[in-house]
Design a protein around this ligand. Structure first.
Ligand code: SF4
Ligand code: F3S
Ligand code: FES
Length: 247
């Protein structure tokens, strides 16, 4: 059954903007992206919005719906207020136009993660892992790079000045995936502490709550990595052995 929905959409660009109200017809079973694309097709042809798969797989349609970071293609209208909904761009990243933000911060951070480094004597095809090791990394590989966890994390959401020192939850799981890989030879713990700001995370778990891929970012990646970094830093025996090896 059809009905009219009041959409409040943030419209603007780098110089500023405001919420603009539109009335859009919607149908039962639709998602927010359906309403936004209908708005674009019928009333606001110049509305800037990113989307791609409409299936929760590409990570493009991230926005804030009623102030909460979500994928627009996965947000059912039936779960939201029936009279009106407000859609704004991701708050943590600079707006380019309307619902599209500049997410370059994340790509710059991605380039800083050192790639998988297997032992030099092994060639592709010679890698061997136990099934449980494969499964542990598999959870982290479900990331669709929607940046919702990066957007919601208060460390950079509320403190722009932390951005140079904090990579964010998406990159903590990337580090965890590599660090827990039995064939990776790099020790990433110092880098994670000194360059990627793992210590700034105070385990609020907001990142885990918004992850559309259901990754237990805090429990399965951040907390284990914090433990490994602390072990590395405060392990007097390990430090003795390392200094002995350097001689
Ligand atoms: Fe999105 Fe989850 Fe990946 Fe973060 S970890 S970028 S919330 S899929
Ligand atoms: Fe931020 Fe997630 Fe830590 S929201 S504070 S990275 S638990
Ligand atoms: Fe691909 Fe929403 S359009 S995740």
């Amino acid at each position: 059954m059809g009905r009219d929905l009041l959409l409040r959409v943030w419209r603007g660009d780098t110089s500023g903007g405001s919420l603009v109200e539109y009335t859009v017809p919607v149908e039962d079973g639709e998602v927010v992206l359906d309403a936004v694309l209908r708005l674009q097709a019928t009333q606001a042809g110049d509305l800037a919005v990113r989307w791609n798969c409409k299936a929760g797989k590409c990570g493009s349609c991230s926005a804030e719906i009623e102030g909460r970071p979500k994928l627009m293609c996965m947000a059912r209208l039936s779960t939201l207020p029936s009279h009106s909904i407000t859609i704004t761009p991701l708050r943590t990243f600079p707006v380019i136009r309307d619902l599209v933000t500049d997410i370059g911060f994340n790509y710059a951070r991605a380039r800083q993660v050192l790639s998988f480094t297997p032992p030099p004597h092994l060639r592709p095809g010679e890698y061997r892992m136990r099934q449980e090791e494969v499964e542990r990394a598999q959870e982290f590989r479900k990331c669709i790079e929607c940046w919702l966890c990066q957007d919601v994390c208060h460390v950079i959401r509320d403190h722009e000045d932390n951005k140079p020192a904090f990579a964010g939850p998406r990159f903590f799981i990337r580090h965890a995936e590599l660090d827990m890989h039995p064939l990776d030879t790099l020790d990433r713990r110092r880098m994670l502490r000194e360059q990627h700001g793992l210590g700034l995370c105070n385990i609020t778990k907001c990142c885990t709550e918004v992850c559309p891929a259901g990754i237990k970012i805090t429990d399965n990646a951040i907390i284990p990595m914090k433990e490994r970094v602390v072990d590395h830093r405060y392990d007097p025996l390990g430090r003795l052995i390392r200094s002995w090896r350097r001689r």
